[in-house]
Design a protein around this ligand. Structure first.
Ligand code: HEC
Length: 369
């Protein structure tokens, strides 16, 4: 794969291809299909096609087709393009619901196959659980992973593009094209996705912010805890809704013209992922807030599913609490301990102050509007 386009640009082209070919199917006839039936349909009917007859074609052509767009595809790729379109029609469908928030992968990888490949190719450095292992580079942080599109991750894995030490990767000659997507699917499965918190959103921005000294002081006054420099950083995903495009979630790169199109009144909220520890639970929490800072979703994920299930029942009770400028601790809801409530308040304050950093930037960007 010759990465001759910025990952974001590639994504958008991929997306256009995907939308054009799949949108009507996705929105209408497949609506009645459940995720599971859709999945098995794709896996059974398409898998052998993808894995066998298309394999050589894919190796040869697929890298260029989605990048240049089908419209510009050469004569030789036209036949392939229709085959690809047929495949995309099915293969891409679940991305709208299942992997929404991950910038439109052309292929939805097979995470079960990806697990084996991950264990062989990646675990030695990133750890068996992806928590960082020998390299100390964790692949389990939802905020960080959410900033990497599938295209960007693909490039990192296959060529090392975008990494400081590209030589560690360059798996292009060891992992097949589709295998790389399988690994990506496996890595993604260990994180929470942006789309699951805002099913109605149509666009989102993602960027890492550092809470400024005013925010840090407010957090300390409210919670009694001073944040370390590392804790003061978080990825903020800002979500936008567009009339008629509910759920057609697309990532918008930090490009002045594209940012300009995201008017403030389209903003429906923010999502921030933070490390979270309380009782037996140690993992991450996703804090979703509306534009006024009211909690609209609060969920935890970790490897110990049982802990997360119990915890998530408690976390759901915080929906509706909070507002921008919140300073008072939350009152623990029924059946929820003060310990959990205080931990949620701490995370909420960090999330809200991180979102405030986004707002400040937005204000600078739109002062002339
Ligand atoms: C030889 C050790 C090594 C192996 C094997 C390895 N990685 Fe990495 N990986 C690293 C290091 C070191 C970094 C971060 C340093 C850098 O930017 O170059 C990294 C960074 C990454 C990142 C970016 C993380 C971020 O937060 O930016 C991803 C994604 C990733 N690796 C995925 C994989 C996958 C998937 C595999 C297996 C196919 C893999 N790596 C195999 C060492 C390795």
């Amino acid at each position: 794969m010759k990465p001759n386009m910025k990952p974001e640009a590639r994504d958008n082209v991929n997306h256009e291809v995907m939308r054009a070919s799949t949108h009507s199917l996705t929105r209408t006839s497949t609506h009645s299909l459940t995720r599971t039936s859709m999945h098995s349909l794709i896996r059974t009917s398409m898998h052998s096609l993808i894995r066998t007859s298309m394999h050589s074609l894919i190796r040869a052509e697929v890298c260029t087709v989605p990048m240049r767009g089908i419209a510009q595809a050469s004569k030789r790729t036209t036949a392939f393009a229709s085959l690809l379109t047929a495949t995309l029609t099915l293969a891409a469908a679940p991305t709208v619901t299942e992997a929404a928030g991950l910038s439109s992968p052309v292929f939805v990888g097979d995470r079960v196959n990806g697990r084996g490949l991950y264990m062989t190719a990646c675990a030695s450095c990133h750890g068996e659980t992806g928590d960082g292992g020998a390299s100390k580079i964790a692949l389990t942080r939802s905020g960080r992973m959410g900033l990497l599109s599938d295209a960007a991750m693909f490039a990192m894995i296959s060529t090392g593009e975008g990494l400081k030490k590209p030589a560690e990767h360059r798996f292009g000659d060891r992992l097949e094209y589709l295998e790389t997507f399988d690994v990506i699917a496996y890595v993604r499965a260990g994180t929470m996705s942006v789309g699951e918190f805002f099913p109605e959103a149509a666009r989102y921005l993602g960027k890492e912010y550092t809470i400024d000294e005013f925010g840090l002081t407010r957090i300390k006054e409210a919670t009694g805890k001073a944040l370390s420099p590392e804790e003061a950083q978080a990825s903020v995903f800002t979500m936008f809704r567009i009339e008629g495009e509910d759920g057609n979630l697309r990532y918008v790169p930090q490009d002045p013209i594209q940012l300009d199109a995201l008017k403030k009144d389209l903003k429906i909220g923010y999502l921030v992922f933070l490390p979270f520890r309380v009782g037996p639970f140690s993992g991450e929490i996703g804090v979703a807030m509306d534009a006024a800072g009211v909690i609209t979703g609060l969920r935890a994920q970790d490897g110990h599913a049982q802990d997360a299930v119990e915890l998530n029942k408690k976390l759901a009770q915080f929906v509706g609490m909070g507002k921008k400028g919140q300073r008072d601790r939350f009152k623990a809801p029924a059946r929820t301990s003060v310990e959990v409530s205080n931990a949620v308040f701490q995370s909420y304050m960090q999330a809200m102050e991180s979102a405030t950093m986004y707002d400040r930037e937005e204000k600078d960007r739109t002062w002339a509007d």
